[in-house]
Write a protein that binds this ligand. Sequence first.
Ligand SMILES: O=C(CO)[C@@H](O)[C@H](O)[C@H](O)[C@H](O)COP(=O)(O)O
Ligand SMILES: [Zn+2]
Length: 199
Amino acid sequence: MDPSERIAQQFHESIQAKQAALNHLRPAISQAGLAMAECLRRDGKILSCGNGGSAGDAQHFSSELLNRFEMERPGLPAVALTTDSSTLTSIANDYAYEQVFARQIRALATPGDMLLAISTSGGSPNVVEAVSAAHDRGIRVIALSGREGGQLAGVLDERDIEIRVPAQATARIQEVHLLVIHCLCDLIDQQLFGDQRPT
Ligand SMILES: O=C(CO)[C@@H](O)[C@H](O)[C@H](O)[C@H](O)COP(=O)(O)O
Ligand SMILES: [Zn+2]
């Protein structure tokens, strides 16, 4: 296959993954966006975590909240748990890599906060531990996952919301995750600041 055909195939697969996700995920995304808006309205904050590309997604989400998404509005409280290398390396060194997010959640989370837990496989032990820590602190979890949901699906409770992308390839799941994150930001802004969209 020549490069041009490979590129066309990647685009085609990405479009297909998004198309397949649309109706499947619409109710869960809507529920999650409204829950996040309510959390922020009540002065809660949203913590986020993930590994690799999902660490980038966790940071992408928190920066859309802290700075802004598409409209002019005040910054909203969010913390990506993936950015402080001193904290991450010391927790991994002194305890275990599985604890890098959980220990931060136990220190930072207060009642009414939420956790956005991102894992394409649902199998990353540190993301699974993060969910347990969130539950210990009494905070709700929005889980962004894929494939068969992994261990993450098994540790969610009835208050949590699972947004599981119906795809198998990590890259495709990540591409849908980013779109879901933008939908969540859009719903949060609409719920808190009204319907206007940038021209
Ligand atoms: O971005 C990519 C591959 O596309 C990788 O960095 C990927 O995020 C890493 O392999 C992660 O460790 C995978 O973790 P997870 O999504 O299964 O929780
Ligand atoms: Zn990637």
